[in-house]
Design a protein around this ligand. Sequence first.
Ligand SMILES: *Cc1c(COP(=O)(O)O)cnc(C)c1O
Length: 456
Amino acid sequence: MPHQEKVQAALRKATLEGLVGEGHPVAGFIDVQGVRDSVTALHDAFAHVPDVLHAFAVKACPLVPVLRLLTDAGMGCEVASPGETRLALAAGCAPERIVLDSPAKTRAEIQEALTLGIALNADNLAELDRIDTLRPRDSRSVIGLRVNPQVGAGTIAAMSTATPHSKFGVALDDPGARKRVLEAFLRRPWLTRLHAHVGSQGCPLPLIARGLAALHRLAEDIDEHVGRRQVTSLDLGGGLPVNFSDETTGPTFEDYVHALTDAEPALLDGRYQLVTEFGRALLAKNGFTAAVVEYAKTSGGRRIALTHAGAQVATRTVFMPDAWPVRITGHAPDGTLRTTPAVSQDIAGPLCFAGDVVAHERLLPELSEGDLVVMHDTGAYYFSAPWAYNSLPRPGVYGVSHQAGETVLVPVRTPQPVDELVEESGGRHVEALLTSSSTVGGPTSKGAGRSGGHCA
Ligand SMILES: *Cc1c(COP(=O)(O)O)cnc(C)c1O
């Protein structure tokens, strides 16, 4: 079924069921079979490598049913916080198929991972010192070290992790760094993995491949230095860029494997177990966001559609429109694609700041009140990672399946009720600031807060 037909079928169903429209002016949709197909494409591309753990980068779509679907399809999970670890475990991902990568792990996080048998990649040498003291002798965790091969930036600075001054990993080309890494491995026989994540969106494949070839070279150097086979696995990170300009998928996972093989043929020869950590490339094109046009007006001669899709569901697009453009289509209130002649218009969001515009002077069929706009390719990092500005509720997310001419929608995340918004905005402490100065923490009531004041 072509993409646009799937979108219209999902919209028609969603408007009939009241999931989008009055009351629910924005919602996210995930194509269930599309996700499975993407996972299959990833596995197929690496089919010739004997031992690969494909771990999904949870931050790209931190929704438990999505993680469950991915786990069921054969994925592990890459996590970077206690919250993401919990989501992965809640989705039924086995601890040994979870990889923890945060650059700022606390002692408690390290301890939890080592106790559960979750793999972890230390970001720096100081973290290895912590692991030295925290690691139970019988820990089953695979432990690695993240390095920065410093091969340079892609087109989006904020997504480029292999620049000279990136915050991630041990900067390999810094004076003395390589020697310190070799020594760190020599001193720790349990340190058996090397990790690099060269970059995300905007980093071209040859750049990523060059970084991973450097990772392979380092692994060989370490083994030579310690005089035995110590590095047994390479974690290649994620970062396959996504095409946001039209419906075609590319570069593909197969392109990625070719680029790696071109850069270093031995990288995928099976001598090293591999881990991958793709996020965006697995989910982006399998999701879209639909939002109601609340009003349409003109301002200074420019047409503006005031919609419910703004920075709360498309944060990067709003703040960095050139780096993160999204494809938009206009639809009638029942979901049917609008095909009238295109006119230039701004697609604005509902937030109270002037920059809340997801597309400037975009050529689209003229939108009017009650229409729907669709932001395509937003299955990763968009509606699944909302921003809380203006206390807008997190939108509902629905899984979409098309079977024998029927479109079925299932809830993945229920729309956030307003009561929950009040609760997470401190609602239970409503009186706290009226009573606090007289009961806790004030200069005249030393210690009262600690011994059971109102700030429990
Ligand atoms: C974000 C991230 C990924 C996933 O990146 P994508 O561009 O979504 O594939 C993988 N590994 C690490 C360490 C990350 O921070």
